[in-house]
Design a binder for this molecule. Structure first.
Ligand SMILES: [Zn+2]
Ligand SMILES: [Zn+2]
Length: 263
């Protein structure tokens, strides 16, 4: 929200005569003829003058302005959540599972189930992922009008609004459980099912490099909040080197057999 009083360099109770004289003085300083590269200030002066010189418009502006200032005061000490930490999309969660025994003790084509303890971010149960205390408001950011972007006065480049962090809204009371993030870290026991073939294919395709032997569970990583999408759960397949070599040899043989049988 623009502060018309500071634009005109006057107090909030300034009389119309002062508004008029300040406008004349500043308008001549910032006139586009003298400042062809910066017309914003001149436009602001005109806008401020137009609003403050109209009794009805000034009254309604004063009401909004007071509310805006109260809002800013009520939020002092309650720092607005920065853009980069208030994420929408959930992150990928990466874990490693040792399949050595499972691969030895199961038949090809079988499913291998693994129950593991998984730590990931889930929707905050307290605020339901809203990031603000239940029953409290998220208001349209007065600084950017909800767009999340503001034009830098000097560079004329659109930048992320600092007041709302680019979200276009502001929480009057952020959720204390998740600190406004909408999600909390949770450890839970989950059961995953793997096709033995997927594990074999994964290790055969990537050799001994454990980091690359990965099976992806789409959407089972960190929860997305504020309309974001879930991250993935990626499982690095770990297998004892000796067993891995055996599998690789067997697997190669398997593929070669298949190639020949096709002819
Ligand atoms: Zn904003
Ligand atoms: Zn919460």
């Amino acid at each position: 929200m623009k502060d018309y009083y500071s634009i005109l360099e006057i107090q909030e109770n300034a009389a119309e005569t002062l508004i008029k004289s300040q406008y004349r003085r500043l308008a001549s300083v910032y006139h586009p003829d003298k400042n062809p590269n910066n017309t914003d200030k001149f436009l602001d002066l005109n806008e401020a003058y137009r609003i403050l010189m109209n009794r009805a418009l000034r009254e309604s502006y004063d009401r909004d302005f007071k509310e805006f200032n109260n809002l800013k005061k009520s939020r002092s000490g309650d720092k607005i959540i920065p853009y980069r930490t208030r994420l929408r999309d959930g992150g990928n969660v990466n874990i490693e599972i040792d399949f050595t025994d499972d691969v030895i003790n199961s038949k090809d084509g079988e499913f291998i189930t693994k129950t593991i303890q998984l730590q990931r971010y889930v929707n905050c149960p307290d605020c339901g992922g809203e990031g603000r205390e239940r029953g409290t408001l998220a208001i349209i950011c007065p600084q950017c009008g909800g767009s999340g972007m503001v034009k830098n006065r000097d560079t004329k480049i659109n930048e992320v609004c600092q007041d709302c962090g680019g979200y276009g809204d502001i929480f009057l009371y952020k959720c204390k459980i998740c600190n406004g993030m909408g999600r909390i870290k949770k450890s839970e026991e989950i059961t995953l099912e793997f096709k033995k073939d997927d594990i074999l294919n994964s290790v055969a395709a990537n050799g001994n490099d454990n980091n690359n032997k990965i099976i992806i569970f789409s959407g089972r990583g960190d929860d997305g909040v504020f309309g974001g999408k879930n991250g993935n759960l990626t499982v690095s397949v770990k297998i004892d080197d000796n067993i891995l070599n055996k599998i690789n040899n067997l697997h190669k043989g398997f593929f070669i057999k298949r190639l020949f049988s096709k002819k």
